[in-house]
Each structure stands twice: as C-alpha cells, then as structure tokens.
Design a protein around this ligand. Structure first.
Ligand code: ADP
Length: 264
C-alpha cells in the first residue's frame, strides 16, 4: 500500500573529520495537530459571531428604549456595549488570522493600491488623531500597486496605522510611506512614540503578546494585530521588519518583492 505523505524537517551538521551528518525529523503529526488547533479556533470564532450579534443588537434596543432605566442602568448598558464590541473585534481578528493561516495564497488577486487604503484609514481615525494632536505626514506613491487581495493589504495598513495612533503620545509624529525601494516596494509606519524595549521585539508578532498588557487592553487592542500583519505579508512573500528605541519611537516596515507589484 502507498505510504501516507510525510513531512520531514532536516538539519545538517559538519563533523570535525570533514564529513557531514544529516538528521531528519518527521513533523507530520505536529503539522496535523497544528491544523486541528487552527480549525478549532476558526470554528469557535465562527460560532461566537451570531450570539454576539444578537446580544449587541438587544443592548442597542434597550439603550434606545425611552424610560428603560435610570442612570445607573444606562451606565451598565454602556459598559456591556463596550465589552461586546471588544469581543466582536476579537472574534473578527481570530477569523482573519485563521483565514490567513489557512495558507494557499489567493489567486489571482486584484490590483490593490495601498496609497488609497492609507488615506481611508487616516480619515477614519481623524477624530483620535485630532484629539491627541498627532502630527501626520505621508509620502505615498499612488501609482504603485500590488497584485493581491484587498482584505489582506487593508489588514496590514490598518493594523500598523492603528497601532501608531494608539501607542504614540499626544503631540508626537507619525510618518507613513509607500514607495519603491530598489527591487522591492515598501510600506512604512514610523512614529516618535513610546518605543518598545529590545527584549520584547522578537516576540511582538506572537498571538496575544503585548508589551504592557493593561495599557494595550485599555486602548482596545486584541493582541493579534501584528500577528495578522506578519501572516498577511507572508502571503505575498513579504516580510515585516521592526526597529524601535524606547522613548524615541518605532518603525514598522513591510517589504514586498517586485514580482508582487501590479498595474492599477
Ligand atoms: P495590540 O492589539 O495589543 O495592539 P498588536 O499585535 O497590534 O496588539 O501589538 C502587540 C504589542 O506591540 C502591543 O500590545 C504594543 O505593546 C506593541 N506595539 C505595537 N505597535 C506599537 C507602536 N507603534 N509603538 C509602541 N508599541 C507598539
């Protein structure tokens, strides 16, 4: 009978006598378990979506019903509405991540121009930007587009800009760039915000990893943003690079190879 398909992972070691030793490990079972985990998270998230929609719908109905409660009750309703919205964000991010982790790069995609997505994101966040008096600047190549799926590129643009706005204190600067750089196209979000201590940098793209848990939750973060950015970039052979200096600011850049560029 045909052997089931196996996945092997190999390492090569050089021996002092000049020979080399290859060691292979069968990781088929590991990959299978990983797939079970991914499916489980996707199914649970999907199942949570409908009840959450019902709960938030009834909270809104109660809020809009005249004489439905005193100030205390209305305060509780407000709190319930906020927490339900947080759960909905979390479920949406988990589903996005499950979709991205499912692999298989989407074919053939469409021409997606990040410059327009940056402008949409910035205008949706105008209120927060103004209330914090952040100084925004952009350097966007409008003619530079990617052959991709718009949901994926929107996730990258939105998560990096939202983070910069969240983690940059009032009066500081945010600079967003989309341009060619040698053979690549690069999307950069730079801020003069609080920065990230070096010991956290290598773990930032892990699911639910946060530098300051309390602050991140308070600012409405799900802890999945950078993980989503990393997976969305990888789908197009892109890579996420981070540089940061505590107290001076951070620079997140996503590099896409030339073969992913497309005509608008
Ligand atoms: P969250 O939803 O918590 O923002 P992310 O995955 O988007 O989750 O980010 C992970 C963590 O990285 C954040 O909790 C925050 O501590 C840190 N971080 C992300 N972007 C920035 C930034 N521009 N400046 C400082 N810290 C940042």
């Amino acid at each position: 009978p045909a052997l089931p398909e196996r996945t092997l992972e190999g390492n090569r070691y050089m021996l002092p006598n000049g020979h080399s030793l290859m060691v292979f490990r069968d990781i088929s079972r590991l990959l299978q378990l990983e797939q079970v985990r991914r499916d489980f998270v996707a199914n649970v998230s999907h199942e949570l979506r409908s009840p959450l929609t019902v709960v938030s719908g009834f909270i809104e109905t109660l809020q809009d019903t005249p004489g439905c409660g005193n100030d205390e009750a209305l305060g509780y309703l407000q709190l319930m509405a906020q927490q339900t919205a947080r759960m909905q964000d979390l479920v949406d991010d988990l589903l996005t991540l499950a979709r991205l982790e499912a692999g298989a790069p989407p074919q053939p995609g469409e021409a997606v121009c990040p410059a327009g997505l940056v402008e949409q994101t910035l205008s949706a966040m105008q209120e927060q930007v103004q209330s914090k008096q952040l100084r925004l600047s952009t350097d966007l190549d409008r003619a530079l587009c990617l052959q991709a799926h718009s949901l994926d590129i929107t996730s990258i643009v939105r998560n990096l800009i939202e983070n910069a706005v969240k983690y940059t204190p009032a009066g500081e600067r945010i600079h967003v760039v989309w341009r060619r750089q040698g053979e690549e196209a690069v999307f950069i979000v730079e801020d003069t915000g609080e920065g990230i201590p070096p010991e956290h940098l290598h773990r930032l793209t892990e699911r639910f990893y946060r530098v300051d848990k309390g602050r991140s939750r308070a600012s409405g973060g799900t802890g999945l943003g950078l993980s989503i950015v990393k997976h969305a970039a990888a789908r197009y052979d892109g890579r996420l690079e981070l540089e940061s200096a505590p107290g001076r600011g951070s620079r997140f850049s996503v590099h896409f190879p030339a073969q992913r560029l497309g005509q608008a």
